[in-house]
Structures are given as C-alpha cells and as structure tokens.
Design a protein around this ligand. Structure first.
Ligand SMILES: O=C1C[C@@](O)(C(=O)O)C[C@@H](O)[C@@H]1O
Length: 802
C-alpha cells in the first residue's frame, strides 16, 4: 500500500503568513523572518492604507462599522492573493473574522500559514484586561485556519550562557530577542526546507550539514514529558549529550497542547538539537486507554508535532490505520520515522519474514527512516540482527530508508552498539524507570565504546604556528574530548615552516589542526577542498585530513575520528563565523543590519581583519570601512573584497546619487586613512566595530593601542564593539568603551576577546570531530585557563617546539 500524498510541501518561495492574537509578537517575528529569508514584509495595516488611501481608524470614522468590516475583509483577501510568493505577510485583527478565516483555510493549501502564540498570561498582561479573555478565546480559532504553529517563547526563559569571572559585570549582554530570533529563523529554515541544504553547501563538515541518520554514529537523547515536567535539572545541562533529542509524550495533562508546544519550544531553544517527536501509545504507569479514547487524542498530538515543525515524527506503524494516514498526509518537511515495536514475549525472531515485510511496508508508506525494536529473552543472538540488516541491504533496492534496529530486554538495550544511528541514550543524572528501555547508557559511554572497540581511533590534534605557547585551545579542546568520551589529544606545537606543518599533517593519527600565523594564507594552495567561506576570505584556520574511501564529501566527513593515511586536506575558517556569531548575539534589534544604511568599521588588515570583514558582509552590511596603520595594506584588503563582491549576486546596492538617482555602487569596502579624519560624509556612523590588532607589543613593534575617535562613536542607537585581543583582556579600546557606555551611551555592547576565541574553538571542535560541542563547558574552561595564565601558571601554557 502506498502512503497518501503529502499535503504540506509548498513551493520554497511561497509567502508565509503569520496569524495570531494581538501581543503574540507577529510584527517582530515578521520583521526577523523577512530579514532572514530576504523577503518583503507585508503588514495588514500598511496594506490597508496602500489600497484605500487611509488608515483603518480614519476609514472607520468616515464610513462606519459595516462598510469598514466589508472593506477590511476585501483588503485582507486582496493582500493574500496578490502576494503569493516571496513575502512574509503579517495579519492583523481581520483574521478574527470568519470570512478571512475561510480565505486563510484556502491559502493553507498552497502556503504556510503560521499561528503565532505565546504564554496566555503574557498576552493577557499586554492586553487590556477586559479585552484579554474574549481575545484569547477568539484566538483559538487561529489554530483551525493555519497549518503551522510557532510558540513564541519569552526571551527571559533562557539566561545567557555566560561565565563567571572577575570581569563579570562587564560581560556582554545578549541582544534582546536574540533567542527568539534564533528559534524563529530555525523554524523557518525547517518549514521551507532550506536549513540542511544551506549548511551543507556552506560548510559540508559542520554538524548542521549532516542529519543524524547520515552520520557514522548518532545518538538520540530520550526525554519524556513526565520527566521534563518533574525534573530538578536545567535543560541546559543536557547540552551535547546526543545528536538529537527524542521527546516522548507519555502523559496528557488538561492543557496538553499548550504544555507540549511550550516544551518543544524550550527543547529547541536550550538544546539546539533536531527533535524526534514521539507520542507513546501505552506509557508505563499510565492507565490503559480504550482505542476510541486514545486514537483521536494521539492523532491530534501527532498533528501538533508536525505543525510545530519538528525535524522528525516518530510514527508507530502498528497503530490505527487512519491515525497513520493522517500523519503521513500532514507530514510536510518533517521526516517520518516508521516504528515497529515488539514489546512483549513471543516477538518474531529477526530472521522471520515479518520484519522484511514490515520494512517494505514502511518504505511504501513513504517513511524516511525505519526503526525496529524487539523485546528479546535471550532467544536471539546478536548475529541474527546483523544478518537481518544484511538481508535488508541485499534484497531491498536503493534508495532504502536508513534502518535503526535493536534488541532490548528487561535490562535495557543489549549492547549500545547494535545500531549505528539514533542509538537511544540518557543523561547520566536521569533515572529512566518509566522507560521500557530500562538501563540505557549515556552518550559518553556509548560513544566511548566505539573507541574501545576500535571502531574509532584516538587521534592527535594541534594548534600550530610561530607563537602558540599561550593558546587557550588545548585546554578547551581537551576538556571537550573528555566530556564526550573521546580519547583524542590536543596540543600546542610551535612551528613556522610549511614543511614541518606538512610532516604533522601526514601522520596516520593526525586528526586536525588550528592554524595561526604564518599558515592561514600560506596553506591555501595545498588544500584539496575548501569551504565556500574560506575561499572567499582567502584564509583558513582549520585543517582536516580527508580519509574517505570514495571522493564523496559525506564519506570524508564520516571518516573523522578514524586513523589512516591521508594525503589530502580540507580547510575551513571559523574565525569569521565566531565573529559573526558574537556580533549577531550582541546586536540589538534597533541595530539590525539594513544593507543600504548600516556601517561597519574594521581595525587592522591581517587575516583576522579579513575574517571580520567577511562576517560583516555575511550579516548583510554593505558599507565597510577599514582602518590600518599601514594604509597600503588596508587598500589591498579592501581591493580583495571589492573584486570578490563584483562576482557575487546581490552584493551591489544602490545609494542615492547627487540628484537623488539610485547609483549602483560596487565598492563595499573603503579605507579610512587617518584617525583624525571626520567620519566619511554620506555614511551613517558605525554600529559595528571590530578591532583586529594586537594590544601587546609583537616583534618589537609598539602595541596598536587603538581607541575610537570620539566623533565616530555618535551612533544614537549605540552598537557593538568586538575586541579580538585578550592580552590584556581590558585593552585600551575595551576600557574606553566601558567608560563611554557608563558616561555617554549605555546602548553600546562590548564583546571581549575571550568570548570570540571560545566561540572559534567551539566551532572548530565541531568541524574537526563532527560532534556537538559542550559549549558551556568550553567557555568556562576558556576563562578559567586564561585566569590561571594571568596568575602565572596553569595548564594553558604548554607546547612543543618543532
Ligand atoms: O585566533 C585563533 C586562536 C588560535 O590562535 C588559538 O590559539 O587557539 C587558533 C587560530 O586558529 C585562531 O584563528
């Protein structure tokens, strides 16, 4: 039997409509979404004015209630109809009337219509109390005329993953709404289907580029709703303890829809992992429900998961046919994992044809993955399962959905290595009494076992260059290996010739290296593959061996953590992406980049300055100024990016010419020659400043000691200053900005060098190992090691000299 047609896959460019109650945050989200997807934002109020020539209030006054209501619906329909592609459409109050809702229902056939909601108490607090109850009641109707929903979690629901140091009070505050922006843009990437493709094209070795089912090993952290509701741990503590999280709904509180939506939003925000959404049919410790009771409830819950845009829906294929069909029809871009559980005694052994038939059935239904678990009483040796997997491979033609299959007993999963992908794991502090898979191991244990069984190998990683003895990377990377159960080592090696570097890289146990001067540019010609970003910047700071047996990138990516001869290498650049992440995190909504207006300033003209310029470009900034003591070098860098930009689509922006005409400008980078000069005419004062010059004396040259000319600091909305140096942490620029913030404009955010270097290390860890980094731990180790170094000791300062 074939599965039903998937009704929710739309043209990737189909306009996305946002509906919901006043106060739900549609306008803000619409604005963020439009920037992210580079689309036009259409708002109902503005559209009304455009069509009728007057505001809604004026129209109401002039024409009375009835005519206004008519006009309002007509405008609404017109707005939907004439903006079918390329827009984000923010609906106002009209979506509360029935006729508009009919139009939305119709629109749901071709376009995503997203119901935006947030905690009821929050909306009520924003609205006039008398309105609130009625409005919230009416708001429930939005669920029926939409096909997605986004739970707009309050930003304060997460605190900043900061670290505690002496410089504490000086820590950058994350931009307000940063979390919301991250959540919503991720949600949009998922429902438009552009997320993984984009990551893959840009950086094929990044964790986001390879979905868990295509990794050589992957682990699903099981979290039950009953557990999450009661636990006394913070969700952040589950960070990097799996490749994805399996959220299991095993209870049905009265407000289950609200509870589940909020929980999905929290998991998404705090763990940043793909979600497998599972509705359990017969949870332990719950009363048994009759089919007529459970089927409709569970079917609605499955649909809710799909509406929330989860990455995976786990669907039990032994359940009621109509429940299965409904979920498959509504699947959208979520992947469906078709399950067969044989929970009790008498499960057919693996060589029974039943399992092959099950696999084929799931495949015909259109499942993207197939999961089979079988309760075993010792009747089925491991070899049976292995030969079943081989049989699937040999008898079922490609493309075959990936298979997850394992035995379990009252003692839990028999060996954590039965399945390579989506192995179930738990957090070490979690009790799993409610789980059928009684004693499941942790991610660290399971992954560590792959090394103990020689399926993966201990490797050597390095930070290398002419001056690396004080690098903070060894401490951060070694802590992350320890956390993840990897027996790798990471050390600082001082070396300054390409020959020596090549010697290191050619070792069979070379895992990867972070590069500093003089290698970042010099190594480029020797790399077989470079990320798209590294090519644009013209420099790399991460090098990995390519050990795949075939030439496919996926094969190379999945050969990480394995030893062997490697002659070819891949290079990427995490300098730019760490600056990008820090800038994005610190930019306030008032300073969001507007390509034609926003201005950035970069100090320096070395490799880091190139990375900083590229980060600004990636944020959308098209007016970038460079200041460097040696003007000639600044010119070279500007020239590099200007000629690169000419070959890129969408780089050129129009600026008003002398007579108001729009002249295209090809220059995105310009040089400022003297600090004494006034800020260039015709450009806004900078809202993003990145200093890439050392604050200590290098090779006898005096330290740059850069501070901003005060006249350049006049942005009324403040901005972000990123200081890359951390020797000392409070550089003259940082000190100046703290004082300026205290005395003149509190809207300036200062990001210090440790913040950036930790981010660089986090992204490098993920590239080099293909595993999620324990970010909080790495940030903490970064600051701690730096402090130890300041006190004149510690583990950070080490290193070999070659
Ligand atoms: O800036 C840095 C920091 C670093 O030099 C380190 O010591 O970890 C490693 C470099 O690859 C990176 O560009």
């Amino acid at each position: 039997m074939l599965g039903p047609r998937n009704e929710r896959v739309f043209d990737p460019n189909a306009s996305i409509v946002l509906v919901g109650c006043r106060g739900a945050g549609k306008r803000t989200l619409g604005f963020m979404g439009a920037l992210h997807l580079r689309r036009r934002l259409v708002t109902e109020d503005h559209y009304f004015e455009k069509l009728t020539g007057m505001s809604r209030g004026q129209f109401l006054l002039q024409h009375g209630k009835d005519l206004f209501a008519r006009q309002d619906v007509e405008v609404f329909k017109h707005m939907l109809d004439s903006n079918r592609t390329g827009c984000i459409i923010e609906c106002g109050m009209s979506s509360l009337c029935e006729e508009a809702q009919d139009a939305l229902r119709e629109y749901c056939r071709t376009n995503p219509v997203v119901y935006i909601h947030r905690e009821r108490e929050q909306i009520a607090a924003l609205l006039d109390a008398t309105d609130a109850t009625a409005l919230l009641k009416a708001d429930e109707k939005h669920r029926e005329c939409s096909n997605f929903e986004f739970y707009n979690l309050d930003d304060s629901a997460t605190h900043f993953v900061g670290t505690s140091t002496a410089a504490d009070s000086r820590q950058p505050v994350p931009s307000k709404l940063l979390n919301v922006r991250e959540d919503f843009t991720k949600f949009l990437d998922q429902i438009t289907g552009r997320g993984a493709t984009k990551a893959w094209l840009e950086s094929p070795f990044s964790v986001a580029a390879i979905p868990p089912e295509f990794r050589s090993y992957s682990y699903a952290l099981r979290l039950r709703l009953s557990y999450l509701q009661e636990m006394d741990m913070e969700l952040e503590e589950f960070e990097a303890t799996g490749d994805c999280v399996e959220f299991i709904i095993d209870q049905w509180p009265d407000d289950v829809v609200e509870v589940v939506s909020k929980q999905v939003a929290l998991l998404r925000r705090k763990l940043g992992l793909p979600i497998i959404y599972h509705v359990e049919e017969n949870p332990r410790g719950q009363r048994r429900r009759a089919p007529e009771e459970k089927n409709p409830v569970d079917s609605d819950l499955l649909e809710l998961g799909l509406r929330l845009g989860v990455e995976y829906l786990s669907l039990d294929l032994q359940r009621d046919e109509s429940l299965i069909q409904r979920a498959l029809r509504y699947k959208g871009r979520s992947k469906v994992i078709g399950n067969y559980w044989y929970m009790g005694f008498g499960a057919p052994p693996w060589h029974d044809d039943q399992h092959i038939e099950n696999y084929q059935h799931a495949q015909c239904l259109g499942c993207d993955l197939i999961r089979m678990a079988r309760f075993s009483t010792g009747d089925s040796p491991v070899e049976y399962l292995e030969s079943f997997k081989k049989r699937v491979e040999q008898t079922i033609p490609s493309p075959r959905p990936p298979l997850v299959a394992y035995d379990f007993s009252v003692l839990g999963i028999r060996t954590p290595l039965q399945s390579k992908i989506l192995n179930p794991v738990k957090h070490p502090d979690m009790d799993t009494e409610q789980d059928f898979l009684a004693i499941i191991s942790t991610y660290r244990q399971s992954y560590g076992l792959e090394f103990q069984q020689f399926l993966l190998d201990p490797l050597e990683f390095y930070v290398t260059g002419s001056n690396v003895s004080w690098s903070l990377s060894p401490a951060m990377q070694n802590a992350a290996y320890e956390f993840s159960g990897m027996p790798h080592t990471f050390q600082a090696v001082t070396c300054s010739t390409l020959d020596r570097l090549t010697q290191i890289c050619l070792s069979d146990t070379f895992g990867g290296a972070l590069l500093t001067a003089p290698f970042k540019v010099a190594i480029m010609p020797q790399l077989k593959v470079k990320s798209h970003h590294a090519t644009a910047i013209g420099a790399v700071n991460v090098v990995l061996p390519l050990r795949g047996k075939t030439n496919a990138i996926l094969d190379h990516a999945n050969s990480r953590n394995k030893a062997g001869a490697a002659q070819e290498f891949f290079g990427d650049n995490t300098d730019w992406s760490s600056i990008f992440t820090c800038l994005r995190r610190a930019l306030s909504p008032r300073n969001y980049v507007q390509p034609s207006k926003t201005t950035g300033l970069v100090i320096g003209a070395g490799g880091m300055a190139r990375a900083a310029i590229y980060a600004l470009i990636q944020l959308g900034c098209r007016n970038i100024f460079i200041y460097n003591r040696t003007v000639e070098r600044a010119r070279e860098v500007a020239e590099h990016f200007n000629s690169w930009a000419k070959g890129q689509q969408g780089m050129v922006i129009a600026k008003p010419g002398a007579h108001g005409s729009q002249l295209p400008t090809l220059e995105i980078c310009r040089v400022i020659e003297r600090l004494a000069d006034p800020w260039p005419e015709g450009y806004q004062l900078p809202t993003m400043v990145i200093s890439c010059v050392p604050a200590t004396s290098l090779d006898g040259t005096p330290p740059a000691d850069f501070v901003m000319p005060v006249g350049w600091l006049g942005s009324p909305t403040g901005g972000v200053v990123v200081e890359l140096a951390y020797e000392p942490l409070i550089t003259p620029l940082v000190a100046q900005m703290y004082a300026y913030r205290d005395q003149v404009n509190p809207s300036w955010v200062v990001v210090d060098g440790l913040e950036v270097v930790a981010e660089m290390a986090i992204e490098a860890f993920e590239l080099m190992t293909g595993r999620m980094a324990p970010k909080r731990l790495m940030k903490e180790v970064c600051r701690r090691t730096w402090e130890q170094q300041q006190r004149g000791g510690g583990d950070g300062a080490s290193g070999l000299v070659l």
